[in-house]
Design a protein around this ligand. Structure first.
Ligand SMILES: Nc1ncnc2c1ncn2[C@@H]1O[C@H](COP(=O)(O)OP(=O)(O)O)[C@@H](O)[C@H]1O
Ligand SMILES: [Mg+2]
Length: 304
């Protein structure tokens, strides 16, 4: 009998457009391969949709807030229908960059040094604090966004104007800026799938570098690195995936500088368009886009 897959995409996060794209592409692939597919938004109708469509598996194609942070996962838990990617707690931890950094540090995984910023701190103290604990330039970012949304590299002169742009977030991470190479690793269940290097033409791997064809970030696979370093970064990624209790596919983002890997974050809902990084890493390792989706669906139903 044909399997029914409900794809949840869109949502309210700043990565809505990317999620819709992921949803569409996954749907196309599934339909081509004889699945019955329905796409829905994560709104108040979701229980109704699930009740009438009766999916065998739910494909979570959401990114960012409400889709990657445990919220939608906790709703899906109540339906008893298997869903792809990580569960409630792992999603919530991985989405919180402060919490996940604390876990990395506790477990000897190198991550950039950081301080937390709350908007009631005085300006003079902040500059002093950065001089003492980090040094300029620094990177400022919200604890719970993705796709480089509202990530800025700052110096002493522009840090307050940039921070102003983030005033709607409760907490901001201020990190030491790590120069060097940008390397990302895909983990698939208990398996290390592979790594890719990104060479952005822009100042860093920002939103445009990620999604605008014209910004032309170069993707390098296989990465040109000594084998023992490759092994190392794959091992760190699997360790982080396991530590946080992730399920299915994750993608860990690193900076590689002076022979050290700095883990920036682990993504529990990495981009899944045909041109996204995880599918590219899979393809290089002989796994087609459809093979990858099929694996995710199987994994979702087996692991529950
Ligand atoms: N501490 C840092 N040093 C250097 N570059 C950074 C740092 N933090 C973030 N970046 C740059 O910003 C990008 C996005 O940051 P990341 O922490 O992965 O957040 P997001 O969830 O938005 O992807 C990274 O891929 C990298 O190019
Ligand atoms: Mg990232």
């Amino acid at each position: 009998m044909k399997k029914k897959i409900l794809i949840i995409s869109g949502g309210i996060s700043k990565e809505r457009i990317i999620s819709l794209d992921t949803g569409k592409q996954v749907a196309k692939e599934l339909k081509k391969n004889n699945y019955i597919v329905k796409i829905t938004e994560p709104n108040f109708q979701i229980y109704k949709v699930i009740k009438s469509f009766k999916p065998n598996i739910i494909f979570n194609a959401l990114h960012g807030q409400f889709g990657e942070d445990g919220y939608i996962q906790s709703i899906l838990e109540t339906t008893n229908i298997p869903y792809t990617h990580s569960g409630v707690i792992s999603s919530a931890i991985a989405m919180d960059k402060e919490l996940s950094k604390k876990i990395f540090i506790k477990n000897n995984i190198l991550t950039p040094k950081y301080i937390m910023y709350h908007f009631d701190k005085s300006k003079i103290n902040l500059i002093k604090l950065i001089h003492k604990k980090l040094k300029f330039p620094v990177v400022i970012k919200p604890i719970n966004e993705g796709s480089s949304v509202n990530v800025f590299i700052c110096n002493k002169l522009n840090i307050f104007s940039k921070l102003k742009l983030l005033k709607n977030y409760k907490k901001i991470i201020i990190e030491e800026f790590i120069p060097g190479r940008e390397i990302q690793v895909a983990i698939m269940g208990k398996k290390k799938l592979g790594a890719i290097e990104l060479k952005p033409k822009r100042k860093f791997y920002d939103y445009d570098a990620k999604y605008k064809e014209s910004a032309k970030t170069k993707h390098i696979i296989p990465i040109n690195i000594k084998n023992n370093y490759l092994k190392k970064v794959l091992n760190i990624s699997l360790k982080a995936h396991k530590l946080i209790g992730c399920r299915g596919i994750t993608r860990s983002d690193f900076k590689f500088f002076k022979n050290k890997f700095y883990l920036l974050e682990i993504n529990t809902q990495p981009g899944m368009t045909k041109l996204s990084l995880v599918p590219e890493i899979a393809e290089y390792n002989g796994m087609s886009f459809f093979d990858l989706i099929k694996w995710m669906l199987r994994d979702a139903s087996i692991e529950r």
